[in-house]
Design a protein around this ligand. Structure first.
Ligand code: PHE
Length: 337
């Protein structure tokens, strides 16, 4: 049995066959085990002799198996090391990475500019009450200016906000009469417009509000000039045209040097050299009162701009709908800007 086992073990050349032989000789039903089990039928004199022989045979077989096993293990390790070699000189695969949406990018830029001037960010709900969206902003019921902002009403008193100005009132009330107030309020706004190249039923605004003792129109003008120069370049100029908003008095619309022609006059600015970018004014006394401030003690300015408009000008995009179409070919262009 010993010779037969050792001969067969010599010719074994893989781990599976080696295991088969181990089971065949040493396993629970293996040949050597059978012999050891049969020892009960032997005489007391025979038992130690046969037992010793059997143990020697087992030891010999185990030793050869162990040697073979080590050989196979080492061969396996070598094979795996070769098979799993990594060629670190191969060029890598570039993973597909998304990019920040141009609207988020521009909104963030605007926020950063104002944060740099000491503003903090305030937010408010998109589903707003008639009071905050209109009433407190000096647009009482039946005020003709309500038509300018054709609204999505949910009930008589609740609507999707048509501008970020209601956050002005919310911020003032939260401040409980304290000054200075210096916030910008970014967010989505909704109007019942038919979508086209320049209109969308939903768009983004950033509102600004500053309140304190002795805040003047010149502060507003200087702030906006600084903003425009950081946004579009140090050569930019602004001009304020008288305008009307119910919540500011006086009110103005702000034009910036045409970003395309630099003020020379082109088709984009209709040969005027100017492009309108936002609305602003001194906070109306009635609005200050609604916010819990005494107009005899404090004054303030406010402005509101459309993020889409700022972005359209910055990147010279000709259709607002590009922002919402999620066409990767459009979005990709902003990946590295
Ligand atoms: N809320 C105005 C709009 O949506 C913009 C604005 C804000 C004007 C603040 C003046 C002051 O058109």
């Amino acid at each position: 049995l010993r010779r037969e086992a050792l001969d067969r073990l010599q010719t074994v050349d893989d781990a599976a066959a080696l295991n088969d032989l181990r089971v065949h000789y040493l396993g629970k039903k293996g040949q050597l085990t059978e012999i050891l089990r049969g020892m009960g039928g032997l005489t007391a004199e025979e038992r130690p002799i046969i037992g010793q022989v059997a143990n020697e045979v087992r030891a010999a077989i185990e030793e050869v198996i162990a040697q073979k096993q080590e050989l196979f293990d080492r061969a396996e390790t070598t094979r795996r090391l070769q098979a799993e070699t990594i060629d670190v000189t191969l060029p890598g695969k570039v993973p597909a990475v998304g990019a920040v949406h141009p609207l988020n990018k521009v909104a963030q830029e605007i926020e950063d500019i104002f944060i740099g001037m000491g503003y903090s960010i305030a937010e408010g709900p998109e589903v707003e009450t008639d009071y905050f969206n209109f009433e407190a902003l000096n647009l009482p019921k039946n005020h003709p200016a309500r038509d300018m902002q054709d609204s999505f009403y949910i009930t008589d008193e609740i609507l999707l906000r048509t501008h970020t100005s209601p956050v002005q009132i919310r911020t003032m009330k939260e401040m409980n009469g304290r000054t200075p107030v210096k916030v910008i309020c970014p967010g989505k706004v909704y109007r019942r417009d038919d979508d086209d190249a320049t209109h969308s039923f939903m768009f983004h605004q950033i509102e600004g509000l500053v309140i304190g003792p002795n805040i003047r129109m010149s502060d507003l003008k200087g702030t906006l000039l600084q903003f425009v120069r950081e946004m579009y370049g140090p050569q930019m100029q602004i001009r304020l045209r008288p305008s009307f908003f119910p919540f500011t008095e006086p009110s103005a619309e702000v034009d910036v040097t045409c970003v395309r022609c630099g003020g020379q006059g082109c088709r984009m600015c209709k040969q005027t050299g100017w492009i309108e970018i936002l609305g602003c004014g001194m906070v109306h006394p009635k609005v200050l009162e609604h916010g819990g401030y005494d107009p005899a003690e404090v004054t303030g300015f406010a402005f509101g701009m459309g993020v889409e408009r700022i972005a359209l000008l910055k990147y010279e995009i000709d259709d607002i709908r590009h922002f919402y179409a999620n066409d990767v070919r459009f979005l990709k262009q902003f990946a590295r800007m």
